[in-house]
Design a protein around this ligand. Sequence first.
Ligand code: PBG
Length: 344
Amino acid sequence: MPSFPELRLRLRRLRQTPAVRTLLAETRVHPHDLLAPLFVVEGKGVRQEIKSLPGQHHFSVDRLAAEADALFKLGVPAVMLFGVPHSKDKTLDARNAWAKGGIVQRAVAELKKRVPGLLVFTDVCVCEYTTHGHCGIVQTVKVGSRVEKVIANDPTLKALASIAVSHADAGADWVAPSDMMDGRVAALRQALDASGHGGVGILSYAAKFASAFYGPFRDAAHSAPAFGDRKSHQMQAGNAREALAEMQADVDEGADMLMVKPGLPYLDIIRDAAGAFDCPIAAYNVSGEYSLAFALAAKGWGDADAIRDESLVALKRAGAKVIITYWAKSFALDFKQRGGLDRG
Ligand code: PBG
């Protein structure tokens, strides 16, 4: 057995210079891979930075199109809208989530008019529209002698279907149910088809974990649950096999694209999904993954842009075709400044 100096294998030749690193890069991120989440609020002339999400803003409908247009011109093909309604519009039955003149419905119409080529996805959930902030309709049930509040699955499906149809009526290209109720993809597909929206796609938040990484988002969307948690519908962190079952169910019900969420703590699930299913896989690089980088940078312990690039390339390497990320604009701007060239 030859020892090292005789052994000819020197893998460092593969990374000696920027040019060789560029040539041999196995994974490249492009702005076309990215989908940008946008938060829309009531009011006029609002473009207010969200404290928990540095560099992200709450936009009123009239200010939203400029941001979406900038993203589109930078090569980001799609956005995902999240509605942040007035707290006075929150109810127990979430009815304002499917109101004709609701915040998301107006925002979709505005974007389809002002940035016609842009793909508009909408988040479909009731948590921003319920007084209690849960992702479903809450009912009280008797368990023995106790009275308990539960998130009722089947009554929620009707609400979700109404939301999806109202978004499609406004012009949404894709709807993305994020609630994790059983049977919601089938309910949405049926309702969309029945209302003439056979061309509207469903991106299902299929493997969505009950995660501590959603904190900054709940602050931004005012959707933290007022009591309890989301563990009766979102998945537990350790369950990879169950994640495949969740995704299979959504494929069977008619999902066009599957999402794994969060992204970075669940790279193995993304890899499993990419191997198991032929449909495109999306990864949601969630709020906590994003804001952590800024918290680190603020302490002087890291470079947020380098963390951005490493995060996005890791998600793509794991098998994500689409990356939903708050970094879409910042990455695309940087990409443009580099003339589309790698750093190497
Ligand atoms: C709503 C929803 C959440 C996120 C997307 N849609 C929050 C939650 O489930 O509590 C999280 C997104 C993020 O953290 O960036 N159901």
